[in-house]
Design a protein around this ligand. Structure first.
Ligand code: FUC
Length: 761
């Protein structure tokens, strides 16, 4: 009978209602069960958020991000869409706020048993509380398959939900967020906010000129569209003054989709179809499915990625105190290894939520931004931040999340080639310190940065062994960046090649032979030679690179035993600068290693030790980078000390890494740091537990990826290896494994796995 009704167009809402009454009971029971078992990988709080950057919790599907407050009088769902940028091919511009969905809840009375949580195992935000004898539950998630944000309000008694739903446009004049963001006035926007009863929805649409970042700048004008659809079961609804009024509903489901006419194609002048059709069809598709189906689809997609890596440091699994208090209690003397596990998995959650196939890379704040004039333009910062965002992607088994970065690099190459030729007269391309959606780049020229992008790019191949990716995306770009350096390098009288007039990011003079650039060029040439060999191509070019590679000025050890940051030996042992650019050869590069170049590794440790703990100020990405460098130097305790410091000083109550307001690089970078402590593979060997700290005597990790195309699981006890399993996913048959001084070599065909014991047998 129900199925027949479903075939009638008009009766779809009736079916929706009927199905969901039944489903609400099933979901309720399941959710209760999941809630108990998932508590160890949840962030949870006993009060609603009031401060956007510190307390609200993020959900995202790569394309859209939302920050949720979990209020009981009013729910704020501030949201973003990844392509809503101002900027052009010349100027970085800035990433923009889209707006906010506000739900005013008309229930008075004391709130009891309040809890809000973000369950990382399901990527679902959940609010529960009791009021007037009614148990309210609210769930929200961002679905990648559906490209839609879903928020569902339910109660354990019928007719308990009365609310007013509004959507505010962050670019409309007079826009003022209730939680205190200060919008920048826009130029008069050709925007509209409309409500409609058929279906019940609110729309923001129109051209989006953006505000003037600087006089005389014209932005590429995008069109934008957000649609909010309001579905309800029971009760009555009406629209008034652009808002939807709901009286005595049994449950309410909000579906939110948004987009712009941005097209990642320069030849199309970066513009594609108007967003109306795509946004509408996403909502149509979502509205046809019931909540359980939408949730199921989301869980299948998310868990396929998230569940790949399991980490246990033998920490307390179930936190008895909320995350904000737990963070306060974390003082390094009373270890909370469960919190260290949570932070690790949170970074993976954030990458899955902000960087998905077909989309744009995670920016400085991932995809979450509530300002139109955000800190550092909420951009793609090139002198450490964007590169750091992607260090975790492959090793933490989220290789798909790397794709947006590769695609964005591909899309801006032609823009950068023109700008570079104009400025330097060379082939190839580089960037300045800040970069935007359309390839526009501002602030200081930072010549090393494109070589740094290429390091990420080659590393993605090293992990996946995906030759198609190498041939079509990575290698052509690597070759172009090599061409820049072939044209640019300067020969000293003794034949040594130096990068002229470069600088160590945000530090020191503009001069020749700065270590940051020397090391990056070494790495670039090294990887490009390897790539050309792997592809069996460009022999002549490869041989030219080999000759130049051999002549590059190499790392130098200075007068206090340090690794020099500059060609001139003038490092100051009291210099605590946050950037550690001259240690790129240790991490993320591979020019220096404990096993292959022990003297240089020792000098790097002297330099890093002198640089101190916190850097010149508490910059959280600096802790994260120091974690990885110490791990590569096989000093697990120092690496862990950096992790402790990050958690003690650098993390906000919602576990975002602070850098006012916050930056995702710290969240992403510390995941890479944990991986580096447990597994390394940059020297051609799979190195097990290279930097195991005393703080983690017992534990296991599964699903990490190693360069060469392997997946690795490791278990340890009493600070010693118990066993390791290596699976050849897409790699070479010849495998080399190291644990301390022990090494072993064996062959493993694709798809096969081998388990080793502590003796590597
Ligand atoms: C670099 C860093 C700053 C900040 C900015 C976004 O310039 O030196 O600390 O992270 O990027």
């Amino acid at each position: 009978m129900i199925v027949k009704l479903n075939l009638e167009n008009k009766s779809v809402p009736i079916l929706f209602r009927m199905k969901n009454k039944i489903l609400a009971v099933v979901i309720g029971a399941l959710a209760g069960a999941v809630n108990l078992s998932a508590a160890d990988l949840s962030l949870w709080y006993s009060q609603p958020a009031t401060v956007w950057d510190k307390q609200a919790l993020p959900i995202g599907n790569g394309q859209m991000g939302a920050m949720i407050f979990g209020g009981t009088n009013v729910e704020h769902i501030q949201f973003n869409e990844e392509s809503l940028w101002i900027g052009n091919e010349d100027d970085t511009g800035a990433y923009q706020d889209f707006g906010e969905v506000t739900v005013l809840l008309k229930n008075e009375g004391e709130v009891k048993n309040y809890r809000r949580e973000l369950d990382l195992t399901r990527a679902v935000h959940r609010v529960t509380y009791e009021q007037n004898g009614v148990k309210f539950t609210r769930e929200a998630f961002a679905s990648f398959p559906g490209k839609v944000i879903v928020v569902r309000f339910t109660a354990d008694k019928p007719g308990a939900i009365s609310a007013e739903v509004a959507m505010m446009d962050a670019h409309a004049n007079g826009y003022a967020l209730k939680y205190g963001a200060k919008p920048v006035p826009t130029t008069p926007a050709d925007h509209q906010t409309e409500t409609s009863t058929q279906p019940l929805s609110i729309t923001i649409s129109g051209m989006f000129p953006g505000y003037k970042y600087a006089e005389g700048k014209e932005w590429l004008p995008l069109h934008r569209e957000a649609q909010l659809r309001v579905l309800h079961e029971g009760g009555t609804v009406s629209t008034q003054n652009g808002k939807v009024q709901i009286e005595k509903a049994d449950s309410v489901t909000l579906l939110l989709a948004a987009g712009t006419d941005f097209k990642q194609e320069r030849s199309a002048n970066w513009r594609g179809a108007l967003p109306y059709a795509a946004v509408t069809s996403r909502l149509e598709a979502a509205a046809k499915k019931d909540y359980a189906a939408l949730l199921g689809e989301h869980l299948r997609d998310y868990q396929r990625l998230f569940d790949r890596v399991q980490l246990s440091l033998d920490g307390t699994k179930t936190a008895t105190v909320p995350t904000d208090l737990r963070l306060k209690q974390y003082d390094g003397k009373q270890p909370d290894l469960g919190l260290e596990e949570l932070m690790f998995q949170y970074g993976r959650y954030l990458l899955i939520s902000s960087s998905r196939e077909g989309g744009l890379p995670a920016n400085l704040q991932g995809k979450w931004n509530n300002k139109n004039k955000p800190a550092w333009r909420c951009d793609y910062h090139t002198d450490v931040n964007l590169e750091m965002n992607y260090w975790l992607a492959d090793v933490a088994n989220l290789g798909e999340c790397f794709q947006p970065y590769a695609d964005w690099i591909q899309s801006i190459r032609a823009v950068r080639i023109e700008a570079t030729k104009k400025e330097f007269g060379t082939r190839g391309w580089i960037l300045r310190g800040e970069s935007g959606l359309f390839g526009g780049s501002t602030w200081n020229w930072t010549p090393g940065t494109s070589a740094w992008f290429m390091q990420n790019s080659f590393d993605h191949y090293a992990f996946t062994r995906d030759t198609n990716y190498l041939r079509t995306l990575a290698y052509p770009a690597m070759k172009e960046v090599c061409e820049f350096w072939i044209d640019r390098l300067k020969e000293l009288p003794d034949g040594t090649l130096v990068a002229p007039q470069g600088y160590s990011p945000e530090h020191g003079l503009v001069e020749d032979g700065v270590s940051f650039e020397q090391q990056l060029v070494w790495d670039l040439f090294n990887n490009t030679i390897e790539a050309a060999d792997a592809l069996g191509t460009d022999k002549e070019f490869r041989d030219l690179l080999t000759a130049k590679h051999a002549k590059l000025l190499g790392p130098k050890i200075g007068k206090w035993g340090q690794l020099q940051e500059w060609m001139v030996d003038r490092d100051d042992p009291k210099d605590h600068h946050r950037h550690t650019s001259h240690l790129i050869a240790v991490h993320p590069g591979r020019q220096i290693s404990v096993t292959k170049t022990p003297e240089l590794a020792k000098a790097a440790a002297v330099s890093l030790d002198a640089r101190g703990v916190t850097g010149d100020s508490r910059r959280e990405w600096a802790f994260a980078w120091r974690m990885s460098i110490w791990a590569r130097l096989h000093n697990g305790d120092q690496a862990h000390f950096m992790y402790e410091n990050l958690l003690k000083y650098g993390v906000l109550p919602n576990l975002f890494c602070t850098h006012p307001p916050f930056q995702m690089d710290g969240n992403f970078g510390c995941v890479a740091g944990v991986c580096e402590m447990l597994l390394q593979s940059q020297t051609g060997e799979i190195e097990l537990l290279p930097a195991l700290p005393n703080a983690w005597p017992t534990g296991k990790i599964s699903g990490l990826r190693a360069r060469g195309g392997y997946e690795v699981g490791i278990e340890w006890k009493n600070s010693k290896l118990v066993s390791a399993t290596i699976k050849n996913v897409s790699g070479d048959e010849a495998v080399k494994v190291r644990y301390g001084a022990k090494t072993t070599e064996f062959t493993l065909s694709r798809g096969a796995a081998k388990t080793l014991n502590a003796a590597l047998e």
